[in-house]
Design a protein around this ligand. Structure first.
Ligand code: KIV
Length: 271
């Protein structure tokens, strides 16, 4: 809150201030209005409309199938629920890798059609031209290095990245490149904690980790994972704050029982 009682919106500039002040940044995913509103009112700094919607919302095995139109639908719904957080939207696979003009068009569509505040892109030097072009249009870009799920068929596994020096070196140089290009922040996924700390200390922009240890500038989790709705996914880096799948299943079963037995609706639940 500001001194006048108004909500102070989180901006890319504010994230920079937080990094300088050593204040940790909290980020969670959302794909719909209802969840976004709850997360925003709880005081989150950044909401990511992740392409993990492809897994969580649509049941796909990877993030590859989700389309730009589908990301726009999710992002526009999220934005309607948010008053304070910075909203970042993933550019989906195939919408930016091959051609920087197409990349710019994809980013412009997201900004125009959803009202979101920034885009996120996976990769380093391979996508330099696309990042440059999007930034030159005034669109804030968050980078994403380490485990980049859009390249899962190249990696072949979701295991920890950059454990070998050659790959760690590539992550280091890509991180510096993204900062030099003008990205406002970087997501670092599933890399050794020592590398996460080193990169966060070297960069002046915030580094937000997921499975990158405690030495980075903030953390991001997939909301459905930390709530225990998506209960089968339990990587080491995940802290499950609830086992919501159990509570929900119990509620569904109770409702079914009540309908079948005629216990619902009661006299006070009808007109
Ligand atoms: O799509 C997503 O949810 C993400 C996070 C895991 C960082 O990219």
């Amino acid at each position: 809150m500001s001194t006048t009682g108004e909500l102070r919106r989180v901006t890319t500039h504010r994230l920079q201030e937080m990094k300088q002040a050593g204040e940790k940044i909290a980020m969670l995913t959302a794909y719909d209005f209802t969840m976004a509103r709850l997360i925003d009112r709880a005081g989150i700094d950044v909401i990511l409309v992740g392409d993990s919607a492809s897994n969580i919302m649509a049941g796909h095995e990877t993030t590859l199938p989700i389309t730009l139109d589908q990301m726009i639908y999710h992002a526009a719904s999220v934005i309607r629920g948010v008053r304070r957080a910075l909203v970042v939207v993933d550019l989906p696979f195939g919408s930016y890798q091959g051609n920087s003009k197409e990349a710019l068009n994809s980013a412009i569509r997201i900004m125009k059609e959803t009202g979101a505040h920034a885009v996120k892109m996976e990769g380093g030097s391979e996508i330099e031209e696309s990042v440059r072009r999007i930034l030159s249009a005034g669109i804030p870009v968050m980078g994403h290095l380490g485990l980049t799920p859009q390249s899962i068929y190249k990696f072949g596994t979701y295991s920890v990245r950059a454990t070998e020096e050659k790959e760690a070196q590539k992550v280091r140089s890509d991180a510096l490149l993204l900062q030099e290009l003008g990205c406002f922040a970087l997501v670092l996924e599933k890399v050794p904690a020592a590398l996460g700390t080193e990169i966060a200390q070297k960069l002046t922009i915030p580094v937000i980790g997921i499975g990158a240890g405690a030495g980075v500038d903030g953390q991001v989790l997939v909301t459905h994972d930390m709530l225990g709705i998506n209960y089968e996914f339990k990587p080491r880096f995940l802290r499950q704050y609830l086992q919501l799948h159990q509570t929900m299943t119990e509620a569904f079963k109770a409702y079914i029982r009540d309908v079948k037995s005629g216990n619902f609706p009661s006299p006070s639940e009808q007109y």
